[in-house]
Design a protein around this ligand. Structure first.
Ligand SMILES: Cc1cc2ncn([C@H]3O[C@H](COP(=O)(O)O)[C@@H](O)[C@H]3O)c2cc1C
Ligand SMILES: O=C(O)c1cccnc1
Length: 346
């Protein structure tokens, strides 16, 4: 884990140059709406007034959660490992989207409670076989938290070394919306009723139970007097959430933009921004998740989601879904004629 000095945002001069080009393209200024802002942001991130096409890469971090024992998910904990097999066979939603948009995809086992050795495309970087039950004890030791964070940093570095210029983090971990909700409450000051959602599809009774679990877990964690976001991460996080926070921190330090996925990634983003201020300038929010509280977290991060399509899957799927929109923003920005080139009077 590195320094907490505020990061520089994407390059302002390049942003201004890109904006100037947008004003000269053969359309009324502003008529391509957010596509224009996206092109200028990507230009600033790349420090090229005409940005290169995107070379996206995705890491899915998978881990089990002790809190699953409290009946906070509509699915059994065994689904985490089963879904890693599905990722390896190419059958999950994120596999389809990654193939469709030619994104490099890797799955990182940072803490699944199963032997996943030998599965195709699975990076073995297991820190522990899952987190502890955060209702009764800290989810992670400090060492586990730091090791998982470093796992995420290594994943971002791998992608960047292979030429990726846009990163996506996804997650798989049954019960991780509970850990994410706890962290979001702790870091945002929002109440459990404002944050806790149905996850994979809890009914009304399940939702109330999950709210109670989160409230009690927050009370338990308070007794340890957590002072920093990293303290909260150890108390209430999970191995994949810590890894995603490290992934985001590393990407921002290296000046590589990230498309944030849904609720769980946003919890990791809050941790990252608290630890490394200014990281958020390198992020775009793909969508507003159905999960309660996601909208308010994005607001706190100063991010406006692109889509509101009732998504509540995770895996990085929402982020992968907006890749064609980003590619379109860059293609329009680079390939449209200017008024001068087209001889159109202004
Ligand atoms: C088949 C299946 C595939 C998934 N892919 C992502 N998630 C999503 O659901 C989980 C979080 O919801 P909760 O906190 O309610 O367990 C995470 O694993 C998340 O990525 C899935 C869940 C299931 C069941
Ligand atoms: O928004 C998400 O990331 C999400 C929501 C519900 C279940 N799994 C993930």
């Amino acid at each position: 884990m590195q320094s907490t000095a505020p990061l520089m945002p994407p390059d302002a001069l390049t942003h201004a140059a890109a904006l100037a080009r947008q004003q000269q393209l053969t359309k009324p200024p502003g008529s391509l709406g957010r596509l224009e802002a996206l092109a200028c942001w990507l230009a600033a991130c790349q420090q090229r007034a005409q940005p290169e096409p995107l070379r996206p890469a995705i890491s899915i971090f998978a881990a089990d959660h002790g809190i699953a024992a409290e009946g906070v998910s509509a699915y059994p904990a065994s689904v985490t490992a089963a879904m890693v097999h599905n990722f390896a066979q190419g059958g999950a939603a994120i596999n389809v989207l990654a193939r469709q948009h030619q994104a490099r995809l890797e799955v990182v086992d940072v803490g699944v409670n199963a032997d996943l050795q030998g599965l195709v495309g699975i990076v073995q970087d297991k820190v522990a076989p899952g987190s502890a039950n955060l209702l009764h004890q800290p989810a992670l030791t400090r060492d586990q938290r730091d090791a998982a964070w470093a796992t995420g940093e290594r994943a971002a570095e791998r992608h960047i070394a292979q030429g990726a210029n846009l990163l996506i983090a996804g997650e798989m971990g049954i019960a991780n919306t509970t850990a994410a909700a706890c962290l979001i409450c702790a870091l945002s000051g929002l109440a459990p009723e404002q944050v806790v959602g149905r996850g994979t599809g809890l009914d009304d009774a399940g939702l109330l139970h999950k709210q109670t679990v989160v409230t009690r877990a927050l009370q338990r964690a308070q007794t340890h007097r957590p002072a920093t976001a990293l303290d909260w991460l150890a108390q209430l996080g999970g191995l994949e959430i810590a890894a995603i926070a490290g992934f985001l921190a590393c990407a921002a330090r290296q000046g590589v933009p990230v498309v944030l996925d849904g609720f769980i990634v946003s919890a990791a983003a809050l941790v990252c921004e608290a630890q490394q201020a200014g990281s958020r300038h390198w992020w775009l929010a793909s969508h507003q998740s159905q999960e309660t509280g996601h909208a308010m977290v994005l607001q706190q991060l100063g991010l406006t989601p692109l889509l509101d399509w009732q998504l509540r899957l995770g895996e990085g799927s929402g982020a992968a879904l907006v890749l064609p929109l980003l590619q379109a923003a860059i293609a329009l920005h680079n390939q449209m004629a200017t008024f001068a080139e087209a001889g159109i009077p202004t």
